[in-house]
Design a protein around this ligand. Structure first.
Ligand SMILES: CC[C@H](C(=O)O)C(=O)SCCNC(=O)CCNC(=O)[C@H](O)C(C)(C)COP(=O)(O)OP(=O)(O)OC[C@H]1O[C@@H](n2cnc3c(N)ncnc32)[C@H](O)[C@@H]1OP(=O)(O)O
Length: 295
């Protein structure tokens, strides 16, 4: 079974966020009432978002609602935000693997919740919560990937750019529901594959298979593996990029993250700050003492 790894796109932040890690897209000045939307979403129960942080600095985040093809209930949307908050303060973290329970990824919002979130205002509130959360997920100072076995549909396609096994499929079904992506998936898709390809995927609700993913530039890698050990393969893949100390790994993600979203002057200033945090640090001093030869 072939598995395509899509390294999470890296979106960047301004220097203030790099220090406080608390900048979100939406707040009350945008009319965002987090307490109110969480109260509404808490009524739609079921499933869970399970986080496991390993001693080697790699975390697993499981979208766990297999009875509904891992659709996001309201409580799962709330739990996702809570898990991201946890990861934001994980000082030993180096990598993150997002996956779905029972060999399927995610089929978007739970349609039962969707039907009950009836007004445009409530719909936009849900989008603001998910955009805040998924932006924070992308901005974590962790090398991360998510992989699909089975389906990633609707909002499930809007989660981080994904891994797909050779029977899997990513599909933006929003148009068939009279919608457009709302969790930030359209903007991120354009960032990754360009507006021409993004327009085709959205307007045609096209089924994206692994070969197409590779051609589009969504897939970073292909790993052939059996269903049982695909999570192990995902760990092996991510560990290529998470060698060394957590602080240096996090610094690497931060400079890329900052270089992508900021204007050059701000990105340069951020780079200088982040460099200063690791210059003369334990890993730097250890490397100098060893006289590391880069074979
Ligand atoms: C911005 C995001 C956007 C929004 O919030 O507006 C959305 O994401 S809207 C949701 C978009 N997603 C979908 O429309 C996918 C709907 N599901 C399917 O197309 C199929 O279930 C599929 C292709 C994922 C899997 O098909 P398959 O035949 O393999 O399985 P079933 O259809 O029999 O599904 C098994 C079981 O799961 C329930 N299910 C599946 N998806 C959802 C969902 N999104 N919400 C709630 N429940 C879901 C399905 O009803 C079946 O339950 P059962 O009780 O056995 O009938």
């Amino acid at each position: 079974m072939g598995i395509f790894l899509w390294r999470r796109t890296i979106s960047t932040l301004n220097i203030r966020w790099l220090h406080c890690r608390c900048l979100t897209l939406y707040n009350s000045s945008h009319g965002y009432d987090e307490v109110k939307i969480k109260e509404k979403l808490s009524r739609f129960k079921g499933g869970s978002i399970n986080l496991s942080k390993m001693d080697n600095g790699i975390a697993e985040l499981c979208i766990n609602n297999p009875a509904r093809m891992n659709a996001f209930t309201g409580t799962m949307m709330i739990e996702l935000e809570e898990r991201i908050s946890d990861l934001e303060s994980w000082h030993d973290g180096k990598g993150l693997i997002v996956y779905g329970a029972e060999n399927t990824f995610c089929s978007g919002s739970d349609l039962n919740a969707v039907k009950a979130i009836s007004t445009p205002q409530e719909g936009m509130m849900m989008c603001m919560l998910m955009q805040n959360t998924l932006t924070r997920l992308q901005r974590l100072p962790l090398i991360s990937l998510a992989f699909i076995q089975g389906k990633a549909l609707g909002g499930g396609a809007e989660l981080p750019q994904l891994v797909i096994s050779d029977e899997s499929e990513v599909r933006f079904v929003h148009k068939q529901m009279g919608l457009v992506p709302g969790w930030g998936g359209a903007a991120r898709l354009i960032e990754i594959i360009g507006s021409r390809h993004a327009l085709k995927l959205l307007s045609g609700s096209l089924r994206v298979n692994p070969v197409h993913a590779l051609e589009l530039g969504l897939a970073d890698d292909i790993i052939s593996t059996g269903v049982d050990d695909s999570l192990l393969e995902a760990h092996k893949w991510i560990m290529q990029y998470t060698k060394g100390s957590a602080d240096v790994n996090q610094a690497v993600k931060k400079v890329i993250t900052s270089g992508r979203e900021n204007i050059l002057a701000d990105a340069l200033r951020a780079e200088k700050e982040i460099f200063g945090n690791v210059w003369g640090g334990p890993a730097n001093l250890q490397a100098l003492a060893k006289g590391t030869k880069h074979k």
